[in-house]
Design a protein around this ligand. Structure first.
Ligand SMILES: [Fe+2]
Ligand SMILES: [Fe+2]
Length: 282
C-alpha cells in the first residue's frame, strides 16, 4: 500500500455570501444563450454527481485512518465538506432553473447510471471520481485563469462559479491521493477516464441542446457562433483542456504537477469579502 502524502496546500470550506433566492435570468451570462445554458447544464449535474464523489472518497476514510495518514484523512473530510456546500448551492440554482420550466434530463440520467454502479467495487467508484475531479479541476483552472470565461457573467453568478472553481482547484488531488493510498491501479484509472471523457461531453451537449431548444435558440446562427468561440476561439475550452486531458495518461500523473496555487491565491485575495470560512486546513 502506498502512503501518498496529502497535497501540500490550503483547503477551506466556505459559506458563500450570495442569495440565489432572488433568482436570475436564464441567459445570465452576458445575455448569451449558449454560454449560459452550457453552465446551467453543468449545474444540473452537480448535486447528484458530487454526492457520488463524497460517498466514493469517504468510503476509504477508515482505511486511510488505519494507515495513519492523518493529513489525507483531514483532506477527505474537507473535500466532503466543500462538495456538500457546492451541492447545496447548486440545488438552489437548479431549483430556480426548474421553476423557469427547464427539464433536468441529465440529472435523471446521472441518477440512473449511478444506480447501475451501486454494487460496483468501491475502487471502481473512486476511479470514476478521480476522472470527474480532473475535469472539474481543469475547468476550474480555466475559470480562474481566463478572464474571458467569466467576464460577462452577472456578479452573483461570477461569484458562484469562481468560488466553485477555486474549491475544485483546492481539492483537486484528494480523490487521486486516496486512490493511490488504497492501491488503485493505472489501467482502471485511465480506462474509466476515457469512458467518462465521452460520457461527460455527450451529456453536457444533450442537456445544453435541450435547454436551447426550449429557448427557441437551438438552430440560431448566433448560438452556434457562440459555441464555436467558446470551444475553439481564443482561450477556447478545447485548447485549455487538451494538455490537461493528455497529462492524465502519464503513469505517475498527479494533479499538483500542474501548479496553479498563484491563481488560487489571486482569487482568495480578490474575493475574501464574498465568503466566510467555516473550516480549513493550512
Ligand atoms: Fe464541487
Ligand atoms: Fe470536486
Amino acid at each position: 500500500m502506498s502512503t501518498t502524502p496529502a497535497s501540500p496546500h490550503d483547503m477551506t470550506i466556505r459559506h458563500l455570501d450570495i442569495d440565489l433566492s432572488q433568482g436570475f435570468e436564464a441567459h445570465w451570462n452576458g445575455g448569451d444563450a449558449y454560454r449560459s445554458q452550457v453552465f446551467n447544464a453543468l449545474s444540473f449535474m452537480f448535486p447528484v454527481g458530487e454526492q457520488f464523489f463524497i460517498d466514493a472518497v469517504r468510503h476509504f476514510l477508515p482505511e486511510v485512518e488505519r494507515q495513519g495518514n492523518a493529513a489525507l484523512a483531514k483532506d477527505i473530510k474537507l473535500f466532503a465538506g466543500q462538495e456538500a456546500t457546492h451541492r447545496h448551492l447548486h440545488q438552489q440554482y437548479n431549483d430556480h432553473l426548474l421553476a423557469l420550466g427547464y427539464d433536468a434530463w441529465v440529472e435523471r440520467t446521472l441518477q440512473r447510471v449511478m444506480h447501475l454502479t451501486r454494487n460496483a467495487p468501491p475502487k471502481f467508484k473512486l476511479a470514476i471520481t478521480v476522472a470527474y475531479e480532473h475535469f472539474t479541476a481543469l475547468l476550474g483552472d480555466g475559470l480562474l485563469r481566463h478572464a474571458s470565461w467569466s467576464e460577462r457573467m452577472t456578479p452573483m453568478m461570477r461569484a458562484l462559479w469562481q468560488w466553485h472553481a477555486a474549491e475544485e482547484s483546492e481539492h483537486k488531488a484528494v480523490a487521486m491521493d486516496t486512490y493511490n493510498a488504497v492501491g488503485g491501479g493505472y489501467l482502471m484509472r485511465v480506462s474509466l477516464f476515457l469512458l467518462i471523457s465521452i460520457e461527460f461531453n455527450i451529456w453536457v451537449a444533450i442537456q445544453t441542446a435541450k435547454m436551447l431548444r426550449r429557448d427557441g435558440m437551438l438552430f440560431k446562427w448566433s448560438t452556434h457562433r457562440s459555441a464555436l468561440g467558446f470551444w475553439l476561439g481564443r482561450d477556447g475550452v478545447a485548447w485549455h483542456t487538451l494538455p490537461h486531458w493528455l497529462a492524465y495518461f502519464k503513469p505517475h500523473f498527479h494533479p499538483w504537477q500542474h501548479n496553479n496555487l498563484a491563481l488560487l491565491e489571486r482569487w482568495r485575495q480578490q474575493n475574501a469579502q464574498t465568503y466566510r470560512a467555516v473550516a480549513a486546513r493550512p
